[in-house]
Design a binder for this molecule. Structure first.
Ligand code: HEC
Length: 476
């Protein structure tokens, strides 16, 4: 997926690498390390994608004047690996969108701060990057949030949901979906989904379609909310597209695949806003590029609704609550993308493939940070044979040590509200185009028997989550 900006970035990386003088060994407090010669190329390659006017980072690193006051903070942020944001354990997996900041470059940034942060010779300065303005794809169909949303200067973040009429009257193959906030500086992430109109409690049988022996909770007992079942349940949530700051456009065209956007009804645009010190407004738009021909493969982004055991909430103060779930592929597939999603107590998530012969391969093990919805794009698609298991292990931290935890004295139930918790392992797969997304995998959920599983019944999502979210700046 997600090719265009990557290609663009690679081009700029190569361009700047070519103009770089051969890297000298950098000594701490080396006053010859200058902004123009040494630092700017690193910022262009690794940081400006977010650190420029209008983008998500609050300060711009395009110029010497803008960067100089941040020299010490930059040193700290790169030494501590806080920046660029990346949470994958380096022992596992190779990812296309992994930051490329090297140890030598980290030393260079530190030496620049220690050596008095000089500007250096203007002749050393690279030409500024021509960052793309406007659409990066050429969308055939554009939708927009129905209204501008005002984001106040201060306050905690909030998640807003907007329903818009689906522009497609019938199921339509699209080759890319580009999500474009009009004001990226306050947009933490955006998700595009086809809303499900009913709660979806489901029994699901491990490796079969017969009813489960692991009895689901009575529907009206879910978190004390009274919900009615009006349609057969679905076990997987489907995501049409996601936007994360600094990440490229979602392009489905590789391996002759496309996404099938179901026609009719509404689409839901969900935007997580984080105030940035100035009162602004945003009206996120979404552009679809139609596939020129029906593809061979279907690109599906999905997650089991929740893998957690609905009968056990996370006890107060619990620092390391483990949830384990297993999915079994009922179809051959190629895995291309992973995105752990949890809420404020989320701590880490690991995805491991277990082949029918028992061979294990950990694809991703990532710390979870609520402030960043990072997706991890596998360097090469991983071919998965029917019968392979995908084991997901997640941990939650409900202790006082978790700076995001609003209340360590409270037991936390499972559900869609931000005050609840969830284990939502999103992943992107490419399958044969005739495969029904509900039938790609079967599920074994935590807390159920060896052979049967059940998916936690989830309440209908409230249109707006009435829960204060931390902003990036009020949590360290
Ligand atoms: C994906 C977007 C993104 C990229 C890439 C990125 N940053 Fe940031 N950066 C942010 C955001 C958003 C903030 C403000 C919120 C925060 O501190 O988490 C920030 C904050 C910072 C801060 C302030 C930290 C503090 O403690 O207040 C520094 C310094 C910084 N970035 C340096 C860098 C450097 C150097 C790079 C490149 C090597 C980089 N960033 C790459 C998004 C990014």
């Amino acid at each position: 997926m997600v090719r265009l900006l990557i290609v663009f970035l690679l081009t700029t990386i190569t361009a700047s690498a070519m103009q770089l003088p051969s890297a000298p060994v950098i000594a701490a407090q080396d006053p010859t390390v200058s902004f123009n010669k040494d630092v700017l190329p690193i910022l262009q390659k690794n940081c400006q994608v977010c650190h420029r006017p209008g983008e998500v980072a609050p300060m711009s690193f395009l110029t010497y004047e803008g960067t100089r006051p941040w020299a010490k903070a930059i040193k700290e942020a790169v030494l501590s690996k806080k920046m660029p944001p990346w949470f994958a354990d380096p022992r596992y997996g190779d990812f296309r969108n992994e930051p490329k900041l090297t140890e030598t470059e980290i030393k260079t940034l530190a030496a620049w701060a220690d050596g008095g942060s000089p500007e250096g010779d203007a002749r050393d300065k690279l030409a500024p990057i021509d960052w793309p303005e406007g659409w990066r794809t050429k969308p055939d169909v554009i939708i927009s949030m129905p209204v501008r949303h005002n984001v106040p200067a201060k306050g905690s973040g909030e998640i807003k949901s907007f329903l818009v009429p689906n522009p497609f009257t019938q199921d339509t193959w699209v080759s890319s979906i580009e999500i474009r906030p009009t004001n990226p500086s306050v947009v933490h992430h955006v998700m595009l989904q086809v809303p499900e109109d009913t709660p979806k409690p489901a029994a699901y049988s491990w490796g079969a379609t017969s009813p489960s022996t692991c009895i689901p909770l009575p529907v009206n007992a879910v978190n004390g909310r009274n919900v009615q079942l009006t349609k057969p349940p679905k076990n997987f949530a489907i995501l049409e597209a996601v936007y994360v700051p600094g990440s490229p456009v979602t392009d489905f065209q590789f391996h002759d695949s496309a996404k099938l956007v179901p026609g009719g009804g509404n689409l839901r645009i969900e935007v997580h806003y984080t105030p940035n010190g100035k009162a602004v407004s945003d009206q996120t738009r979404i552009g679809f590029t139609l596939a020129k021909k029906p593809p061979q493969h279907r690109f599906v982004t999905l997650a089991p609704k929740s893998l957690a055991n609905p009968r056990k909430s996370i006890p107060p103060g619990e620092p390391d609550w483990e949830t384990r779930g297993e999915l079994e592929f009922a179809e051959d597939a190629q895995l291309v993308w992973l995105m752990p999603h949890m809420h404020l107590r989320g701590k880490d998530m690991t995805f491991t493939l277990v082949a029918p012969n028992g061979r294990e391969e950990t694809l991703l093990s990532a710390r979870f940070n609520f402030n960043w919805q990072l997706g991890y794009e596998l360097e090469e698609p991983v071919r998965v044979r029917k019968g392979t298991h995908l084991v997901v292990v997640a941990h939650h931290d409900n202790s006082a040590n978790n700076p995001y935890n609003p209340d360590p004295n409270k037991a936390v139930a499972w559900g869609n509200l931000t005050s609840d918790e969830m284990v939502l392992p999103w992943f992107g797969v490419i399958v044969d185009r005739n495969v029904d997304p509900e039938r790609i995998l079967s599920i074994r959920q935590d807390g159920c028997g060896i052979t049967d599983g059940v998916i936690a019944p989830l309440p209908v999502r409230a249109p707006t989550v009435p829960f204060p979210l931390p902003t990036r700046r009020n949590v360290k």
